[in-house]
Design a binder for this molecule. Structure first.
Ligand code: PLP
Length: 426
């Protein structure tokens, strides 16, 4: 990675960047400033769901930009209502209401504000507002203050304390620990159905169902962070449904956050809040009524171009059958990656096109310089071989290619991985 204290740069050194600058892309491929071509299996970290330079996205941007580029949320904004309807009917399949923001962190900030507000409306027996939010080890919820406080990773907290109070980070997929952690102050459970930054770790169906049951029993909000796994990436527009399969019908979260793939590369995030009833001190209330007028807002959230793009992404996913395609490509990837049979690879896990290649870190020890994570080492080697991927923690390399990835491009990526491992380890 490039030095974060490069004195020749005018840029703040907050990103530990790879030594690569991209100029353009087409489909699953991108080109750098030297004209070198790469297969892009990071896709902007699960962002470019339709690949690069997709004509449907370009058309949505140019047409809407030529009509109305920005519109204040003081007024009705073109596309917001249609997109909100699509989130309820096409994605979640349950009545609810949505608000639009600009990023994943902002979407989660909104969920956390929803929980805090709910805790005021439904306080503890003595009237003290509830504000405890249960999140999970290795989770990632964004870089705002509430986002890092919710995140269960010490390296993200480091140097920023004191954090926002009220968050408890529990072991993921541990029903007993979850149940034991609920106390009078608890107001919500926030979880990623598949942890992305945490290393492509999937929630079990049992864990998701237990979280929903406990939320019901203790009048908690069940909040799902689908920023990375949502919008078709793991085999359903709603990621939790891909995990729960036939049990998904009885499972309705109170709130969901999306961003990344939702805009296919154009910044947009969203929060959907269910119309289901929750209990407050003055009776039952729809969860979607908890954040009333004046409680939240953003200048750019749900701008006309962002909404037009997200609608184009949804239409394209639907028209081109990209959810089923992602499932098929995911199966093909699992088969091909499993067949590599290299001792450098401990496990391949994930769903659809959210794939984690788990490395045997001991195996990498002789070739990796001290202080470097095996995942970063391999990501760099793959980059030099023409394949862009993303590390997730020290031992996992993530593949998050566009949902419309072709079988040929997938096979080429697998063969780049195979030959790179061969070159490294013989
Ligand atoms: N939540 C999850 C699960 C994420 O993976 C990310 C980003 O990686 C975020 C939230 C933050 O999103 P953003 O970077 O758009 O703020």
């Amino acid at each position: 990675m490039a030095s974060s204290s490069d004195s020749n740069s005018f840029l703040l050194g907050n990103y530990a960047r790879f030594d690569l600058t991209l100029t353009h892309g087409q489909g699953s491929r991108v080109w750098d400033t030297d004209g070198r071509e790469y297969l892009d299996f990071g896709a902007g970290i699960a962002v470019c769901s339709l690949g690069h330079a997709h004509p449907g996205i370009t058309k949505a941007i140019t047409e809407q930009a030529g009509k109305l580029l920005h519109c204040s949320n003081l007024y009705g904004s073109p596309g917001q209502e249609t997109l909100a309807e699509a989130l309820s009917e096409q994605v979640v399949g349950y009545p609810g209401k949505s608000v639009f923001v600009n990023s994943g962190a902002e979407a989660n900030e909104t969920l956390i504000k929803l929980a805090r507000r709910f805790g005021v409306l439904s306080p503890q027996a003595d009237g003290t507002p509830r504000y405890g939010i249960l999140t999970f080890e290795k989770s990632f919820h964004g870089r705002t203050f509430a986002g890092i406080s919710a995140t269960g990773q010490a390296k993200i907290h480091d140097g920023f304390g004191p954090l926002l109070p009220g968050f408890t980070h529990l072991p993921y997929n541990d029903v007993e620990a979850l149940e034991a952690a609920i106390d009078a102050n608890t107001v919500a459970i926030l979880l990623e159905p598949i942890q992305g930054e945490g290393g492509i770790r999937m929630a079990t169906p049992e864990f998701l169902k237990a979280a929903a049951d406990l939320a019901k029993k203790h009048n908690l909000l069940l909040l799902l962070d689908e920023v990375q796994c949502g919008f078709g990436r793991i085999g359903n527009l709603a990621g939790w449904k891909a995990i729960l399969e036939e049990d998904a019908e009885d499972f309705v979260p109170h709130g969901v956050s999306w961003a990344k793939g939702m805009g296919g590369g154009y910044p947009i995030g969203a929060v959907w809040v269910s119309d289901q009833l929750v209990q407050t001190k003055s009776g039952s209330l729809q969860a979607s009524a908890v954040l009333g007028p004046g409680t939240h807002g953003t200048t750019y959230g749900g701008g006309p171009v962002a909404c037009a793009v997200a609608l184009a992404v949804l239409d394209t996913i639907d028209e081109e059958g990209l959810v089923d395609h992602a499932i098929g490509m995911g199966r093909r990837a699992a088969g091909l990656l499993g067949a590599i049979g290299s001792p450098a690879i401990q496990e391949v896990r994930g769903m659809g096109l959210m794939i984690g290649i788990v490395l045997d870190t001991e195996f990498f020890r002789p070739v990796v310089s001290s202080g470097e994570a095996p995942s970063s080492f391999l990501v760099k080697a793959l980059m030099h071989a023409g394949l862009l991927t993303v590390p997730a923690g020290p031992d996992v390399v993530r593949w998050l290619p566009p949902l419309n990835l072709s079988a040929g491009d997938l096979d080429e990526a697998v063969s780049i991985l195979e030959s790179t491992l061969e070159k490294l380890f013989g």
